[in-house]
Design a binder for this molecule. Structure first.
Ligand code: RB5
Length: 146
């Protein structure tokens, strides 16, 4: 498994991004941080597209994006081919996002979850394998737009 991961957030997700970055480094991940770098107001797509582009280009296996609700960053990431970004607000959702959807990115709602919950979600996202089987056809159909 690759130990390289990319992360990006807007101002609302900045503090959580910094916290998760430390956590990821503590478990030996090399973190490519695309910003933002303060709580000054910014536009979230500017910090999500670079993360999603790395996943799309298969330069990394997984990415994490964070904004206030998680919705803006998820919508942005899912514009990218072969990106499956799941909005996760608890570890059970994160678990099924990996098991059933083979999510390669997660979107976290910084204004609605604690740091502790975000850490648990991230751990499950990193450690859970895709179940495959009947879910393969389903995720392939996402990209086919039928
Ligand atoms: C910023 O106020 C907020 O709109 C943003 O973080 C995010 O929640 C958008 O989806």
């Amino acid at each position: 498994m690759s130990k390289l991961i990319a992360i990006g957030s807007d101002h609302a997700g900045f503090k959580l991004k910094e916290y998760l970055k430390k956590y990821l480094e503590s478990i030996s991940y090399e973190v490519k941080d695309f910003g933002t770098n303060s709580e000054n107001s910014v536009d979230y797509p500017d910090f999500v597209h670079p993360v999603a582009r790395m996943v799309e280009n298969k330069e990394i296996e997984k990415g994490i994006v964070i904004c206030g609700t998680g919705n803006g960053v998820a919508m942005t990431a899912n514009k990218h081919k072969s990106v499956r970004c799941a909005l996760c607000w608890n570890k059970e959702i994160a678990k099924f996002a990996r098991l059933h959807n083979d999510a390669n990115m997660i979107a976290l709602p910084a204004r609605f979850i604690s740091k502790c919950k975000a850490k648990k979600i991230t751990k499950v996202f990193l450690e859970t394998e895709f179940e495959g089987g009947r879910h393969i056809n389903r995720i392939e159909k996402i990209a086919k737009n039928i």
